[in-house]
Each structure stands twice: as C-alpha cells, then as structure tokens.
Design a protein around this ligand. Sequence first.
Ligand SMILES: C[C@H](O)[C@H](O)[C@H]1CNC2=NC(N)=NC(=O)C2=N1
Length: 97
Amino acid sequence: MLKLSEDDIEKRLLQLPEWDYYDDAIHAEFEFDNFKDCFSAMSRIAFECEALNHHPDWSNVYNILTISLSTHDAKGVTVKDFKLAEAIENIVEPDED
Ligand SMILES: C[C@H](O)[C@H](O)[C@H]1CNC2=NC(N)=NC(=O)C2=N1
C-alpha cells in the first residue's frame, strides 16, 4: 500500500474536518454524551475495522474517544486510513437527512 503525499493527505482532509494530520498519522477526537454512547460507537467501529482489515490506535476516557490512523507497513497514511476514517465518520456523525 502506497504512502500518500502530504499534499494528497491535506486535500483529502478537507472532506474530514474533524481530522488532523501530524506524526505520519491522521487523528481525531470525538465527544459523546456519556460512556455508554462512546463505547457503543467503539463497538460499531470495531466491526468496521474487521470488515476493512484495518485497525485504529485509539483510547477512551469516559465519554471521549481519541483515534489515530496510520498504515504500519507504509510507515504513514494510505487510502486505507481514509476509508476507515470515512467509515468512522458515518458511525459517529451520521448525516441528518
Ligand atoms: C496482516 C494484516 O493485514 C495487517 O497486520 C494489517 C491489520 N491492520 C492494520 N491496521 C493498521 N492501522 N495498519 C496496518 O498496517 C494494519 N495491517
């Protein structure tokens, strides 16, 4: 899997305003109403990770979920990270309509 250029990453991030790029990974932090909602989202994300065979570096403190995505083999960010970030967005912040 090919590591994306910094320009490509920044362009793709325009569609993902919650996410930032630094330290060869993309990062986001999500706040939920409570632990139950946060852990429920994590469970749904976990199934998506298995389906995509791509896994986050993440942590949870009560209602806060912190996620970093990178591709270990490529030592940077690839399209796989963006596919998973989009899937996470759809779980955490689904469209209203
Ligand atoms: C063998 C398996 O395909 C690899 O170990 C996968 C699994 N999940 C992964 N997840 C992430 N984030 N990066 C990887 O390089 C990666 N590799």
